[in-house]
Each structure stands twice: as structure tokens, then as C-alpha cells.
Design a protein around this ligand. Structure first.
Ligand SMILES: C[S@@+](CC[C@H](N)C(=O)[O-])C[C@H]1O[C@@H](n2cnc3c(N)ncnc32)[C@H](O)[C@@H]1O
Length: 217
């Protein structure tokens, strides 16, 4: 999608993808990112690509994680910090801006411009509605870039599968075969869940939630 597509969505507040209560599947499968111990002994630093203003960031912070995000829309990130009731420092960079407060750092700009040194070491990647937001072949570019900038950090991916003929994306249908084709050279992939998306996608088409855990080979 063009950047203007997403900027326009945020400007018009057409953000049906945003979940005001956060995502229950993150809570259910968080141990794949955070470890079994609670609270975990080692600090987790989770990268959230294409983060929007997801409430999942607040949840990860509440679990003691540091969070690094990447998001195109400054509108989204201003709202994210407002909703967290946090006053960030804002630093202009050659690639956009960095919003930061305590354990939360968000890179505002195009994720494809970020390098591993921009985001720093991360212990995991949480991809909800990021892979599915991108059309192929941008999706291939995104997967390769994500592997490079996170140095193959473990991932928890939440995607949708539905009949792509029934609806144009985004979100696009990203099934197990697609995840395998994108990531199986670098990761062992485990499908953790397939469940019916209650109410369908946008209330229009039947869809399944898919959850995958990726561990580096
Ligand atoms: C479908 S939304 C998902 C947001 C979030 N993950 C969630 O679950 O609510 C996709 C987000 O990706 C952002 N985005 C799209 N292309 C991007 C890019 N090239 N770099 C950074 N963010 C991008 C959009 O602005 C949008 O907020």
C-alpha cells in the first residue's frame, strides 16, 4: 500500500483494525515471547512492527517488557502516548522521529528505512496485523527486512486466513503456507492456533485467526 493510504486512514480515523481492549491471543500465547516464568528474570525487549496505537503495547509494558515500535503515522503515535498518559520526548532523525518514554521507544517513519542499530537488540517480535497489512510482494520485502533488523529474533505472529476472492485487503489473507514460504528458511514454525474469527472480517467474510510461533533455526 502507498504511505498515503495509511496516512489517510489515520487522518480520517478509519482504524477498524484497532482493538480498544488489546488482543486476547497475545495474552494467551505471550509465553512464546516472554518465557514461562512470571515475572521473567531476564529483561525482554519486544519489537512491534507497524504498531499503530495498539493497546498490546500497554500490556507488554505492564508485564515488565521494554517495547520498541515502528509506525508510519505520527497521528497514531501521538494518540498512543496520550492513551498511555505518558509525555514522550520527541527526537527528529534522518528517518523520521523517535518518540520515547521510559521503556517505550517508537520510530515514526517507514520501517524499511530502519536498521538493526536503530532498533537495538530485541528478544522478540510481536506481529499482529502487520504482515497481513502488506500486499505481496511488499510482504516478502517486509519479512526479509524484519529478519535482518531483528537478527532473527523469535516471533509471535497473529494473522487472518480467508478467501481472498471474497474481499480485497488489507487485511490480506496470510495462511500457513505463506508464513512458511516467507520464514521457513530461517525459522522453525509452529502453528499455535486456528480459530474462527467471531463475526467475520469487517463483518463481511468468514475468517480464521491463525497464531504462529517462530523460533530461529
Ligand atoms: C493494520 S494496521 C495494524 C496496527 C497494529 N499492529 C494493530 O494491531 O492495531 C497497520 C499499520 O501499519 C502502519 N504502516 C503501514 N506501512 C508502514 C511502513 N512502511 N512503515 C511503518 N508503518 C507502516 C500503518 O500506518 C498502520 O498503522
Amino acid at each position: 500500500m502507498e504511505h498515503s493510504f495509511w496516512h489517510s486512514k489515520w487522518q480520517k480515523n478509519e482504524i477498524g483494525f484497532h482493538e480498544p481492549e488489546g488482543n486476547a491471543l497475545l495474552v494467551k500465547y505471550a509465553s512464546y515471547l516472554l518465557g514461562e516464568d512470571s515475572p521473567s528474570t531476564s529483561l525482554k525487549r519486544i519489537f512491534v512492527p507497524l504498531c499503530g496505537k495498539t493497546r498490546d503495547i500497554a500490556w507488554l509494558l505492564s508485564k515488565g517488557c521494554e517495547v520498541v515500535g515502528a509506525e508510519l503515522s505520527e497521528v497514531a503515535i501521538i494518540q498512543l502516548f496520550e492513551e498511555l498518559d505518558a509525555e514522550p520526548t520527541v527526537t527528529p532523525t534522518a528517518k523520521g522521529k523517535v518518540y520515547a518514554k521510559d521503556g517505550l521507544t517508537i520510530h515514526v517513519g517507514d520501517i524499511f528505512k530502519l536498521t538493526s542499530s536503530d532498533i537495538g537488540d530485541v528478544t522478540g517480535v510481536y506481529d499482529r496485523a502487520a504482515l497481513v497489512a502488506l500486499p505481496s510482494p511488499l510482504r516478502e520485502q517486509y519479512a526479509a527486512h524484519l529478519i535482518a533488523i531483528t537478527q532473527c529474533a523469535p516471533q509471535l505472529i497473529i494473522s487472518f486466513e480467508y478467501d481472498q476472492n471474497e474481499m480485497a485487503g488489507p487485511p490480506f489473507s496470510v495462511n500457513e503456507k505463506t508464513v512458511e514460504s516467507l520464514y521457513s528458511a530461517d525459522y522453525n514454525i509452529q502453528r499455535l492456533e486456528r480459530s474462527v474469527l467471531e463475526g467475520g472480517l469487517k463483518g463481511k467474510v468468514d475468517a480464521d485467526n491463525l497464531v504462529f510461533a517462530l523460533a530461529a533455526k
